[in-house]
Design a protein around this ligand. Structure first.
Ligand code: ADP
Ligand code: MG
Ligand code: MG
Length: 243
């Protein structure tokens, strides 16, 4: 049974302007799947539908075989962590430690245990030295890592990362990817939206390419990335992290 299944999903933000057309997508437990596609292809829309921010016009989304149409955003968030593309909303004066600890505090548990886990995740995300800084003082890349840390610490069944490597430096990128691999080994499913071919080849089990709201490719990263038409259509890039 797939952990996530999109069945014939159609959706548009505005009437007569469809964004997704009968999209079918299977995600298996423990997989790391990359979703690629040029700007406007519908990648972020797919994750917003999965998380319940919008309702599909038709079709259904199943989690472990169960239709989640009636599940609220909050209920879905317990099981599906979503790292949004743009963390620019993070202008708060909240201290970094408190922001990352919040989810665990809401769940309960000893302060000592929470501190240990927060420190661990902050170290992995290269944020430990900033732990008592206000979030508003952090750079774009650091804010992005805060959103990743806040989600990873809750260990959701599925984590969706929307262009996580944008604006990250090489060392933190590698550390984050290694941490995601560790979580995946423990059974977490990872969906990553990216243009980065290196990331796909190095880490993903499968690459899905969207084009105008339909699936153009769904195969091993090696096969997808050797299909020149697909690579061009999706505007795939060699990572800029190595240049
Ligand atoms: P991607 O993430 O692949 O770049 P998106 O899913 O963000 O693509 O967008 C798909 C299409 O939906 C684009 O044509 C975009 O302009 C449109 N779109 C995205 N968000 C909205 C919105 N909130 N309201 C109206 N149209 C939107
Ligand atoms: Mg976009
Ligand atoms: Mg997007």
């Amino acid at each position: 049974l797939p952990i996530l299944e999109l069945r014939d999903i159609s959706f548009g933000y505005e009437k007569n302007r469809p964004v997704l057309h009968k999209l079918n997508l299977l995600i298996h437990k423990g997989e790391m799947v990359c979703i690629a596609g040029r700007n406007g292809a519908g990648k972020s829309t797919v994750s917003k539908l999965i998380c319940g921010f919008y309702k599909p016009t038709s079709g259904s989304i199943l989690m472990n075989g169960r239709d989640i149409a009636k599940d609220t955003i909050k209920e879905r968030a317990e099981r599906i962590g979503f790292v949004m593309q743009n963390p620019n909303h993070m202008i708060s004066k909240t201290l970094l430690y408190d922001e990352v600890a919040l989810g665990l505090k809401l769940r309960g548990g000893s302060e000592e245990d929470i501190r240990e886990r927060v420190h661990h995740v902050l170290k992995i995300c290269g944020l430990y030295v900033f732990r008592s800084w206000p979030i508003s003082a952090l750079s774009y890349g650091q804010k992005k890592r805060v959103t990743i840390a806040s989600i990873m610490i809750l260990e959701p069944e599925v984590i969706i990362l929307d262009e996580p490597t944008a604006a990250q430096d090489y060392r933190h990128y590698n550390e984050m990817m290694e941490f995601l691999l560790t979580l995946r080994e423990q059974g977490m499913t990872v969906i990553m939206i990216t243009h980065d071919m290196h990331l796909m080849l190095e880490y993903a089990d499968r690459a899905v390419v969207l084009s105008d709201g339909v699936k153009l490719a769904d195969d091993s990263p090696e096969r997808v990335l050797t299909n020149i038409e697909v690579v061009r259509n999706a505007n795939l890039k060699e990572t800029s992290l190595f240049t």
